[in-house]
Design a protein around this ligand. Structure first.
Ligand code: UT7
Length: 325
């Protein structure tokens, strides 16, 4: 009998500090940076984002999301045999956020590592966890996306600082005789490293290079729309499903215009798309599990639904996971 992996619980956490576009515009204006609620809403669909307080790390946010996912799954942290955290804003250079989070939730002893695929990180991590469960290398996995992008945003660059937010989402993935994850499709093209990156690094006791996020927004936008359709079509084909079979599209939440463009290509009405970008901004690797948890807890995403998760981001990376809830 084939061994599948299945999501048995979801959870998420947003830091309490919330800034509306007006709040952020007022803060930026104090430094002479001009922006407006109108521009941000029209170009991105974002209305608010959450920022972690100083000293609060990705592992702190991820721990809260993980606890909620474990409660939803009805299992103890000690039962986990695998933790994968997707993040581009780790607590420290090493060890991994996964190792730090493992100790905080009390899952000591299980395998724990991070995946770094920027905004595609969660679909990469979920796909790796699924593969490990399918082979028998793991049976109960925790997959987390956790970010504090506020730490790498240049608040003097209005073209990027209005876009991002902090948060975390998590799922418990367990071995199952029934699917579960049906198919995944992952890609990267490193020739596009420069269009979305945070080039700074630690060397000789100093940060060398620019430690702030840089993005060529239009280049990213154009690539994103094309690859998201390709990845969606690839997982549908692998699973023998049609676009009309999809109950919920849960894409990376970067820009409502990218999401509507993708939905249109898949012939899905927007009421089949879970949208959180308006309230969270772009939380990178956390955005998909945050949106999935929102869909589940609001009662829209139900057991048995066919769900398409899709990520795209720095690297350039992209990918999709098709699953039955
Ligand atoms: O998470 C990984 C994936 N990331 C993404 O998917 C992001 C993809 N890119 C985007 O979402 C969009 O390209 C942006 C939202 C980043 C930008 O939207 P756009 O429609 O491509 O705008 P633009 O960069 O062409 O800028 C248009 C104008 C410029 O002014 P001029 O040159 O036309 O006079 C900008 O200077 O808007 C100006 N502008 C702003 N104005 C007010 C840029 N940022 C702002 C701002 N407030 N915050």
């Amino acid at each position: 009998m084939r061994r599948y992996s299945r999501i048995t619980g979801t959870g998420s956490f947003l830091p309490p500090k919330r800034l509306s576009n007006a709040d952020l515009a007022a803060q930026l204006a104090r430094d002479g940076i001009e922006t407006s609620d109108e521009w941000i809403v029209e170009r991105t669909g974002i209305r608010a984002r959450h920022f972690a307080e100083a000293g609060v790390t990705s592992s702190d946010l991820g721990t809260e999301a993980a606890r909620r996912a474990l409660t939803a799954a009805g299992i103890q942290a000690s039962e986990l045999d695998l933790i994968i955290v997707a993040t581009s804003t780790p607590d420290m250079v090493f060890p991994s956020v996964a190792a730090i989070l493992q100790d905080k939730i009390g899952a000591n002893g299980c395998a724990a590592f991070d995946v770094q695929a920027v905004c595609s990180g969660f679909v990469y991590a979920l796909s790796v966890a699924d593969a490990m469960i399918q082979t028998g290398a793991a049976s109960k996995a925790l997959v987390v996306g956790a970010e504090v992008f506020s730490r790498i945003i240049d608040f003097k660059d209005r073209t990027t600082c209005v876009l991002f937010g902090d948060g975390a989402g998590a799922v418990v993935l367990e071995a199952s005789e029934t699917p579960g994850v049906l198919a995944s499709d992952l890609h990267a093209d490193g020739k596009h490293v420069g269009i979305l990156c945070t080039p700074g690094h630690v060397s000789g006791g100093q940060v060398l290079g620019d430690p702030f996020l840089k993005m060529d927004g239009q280049a990213v936008f154009k690539l994103a729309v094309g690859v998201l359709e390709e990845a969606a079509r690839a997982v549908l084909a692998k699973a023998g499903k049609q676009d009309t079979d999809i109950d919920w599209l849960i894409p990376h939440q970067a820009n409502i215009r990218i999401m509507t463009g993708t939905a249109k290509k898949l012939k899905l009405p927007m009421d089949k798309v879970i949208v959180t970008v308006d309230q969270h901004g772009n939380t990178s690797a956390a955005s998909i599990p945050l949106a999935l948890d929102e869909g589940v807890r609001s009662g829209r995403v139900k057991k048995g639904d066919l769900v398409m998760l899709e990520g795209v981001g720095g690297g350039f990376t992209w990918g999709a996971v098709l699953l039955t809830m």
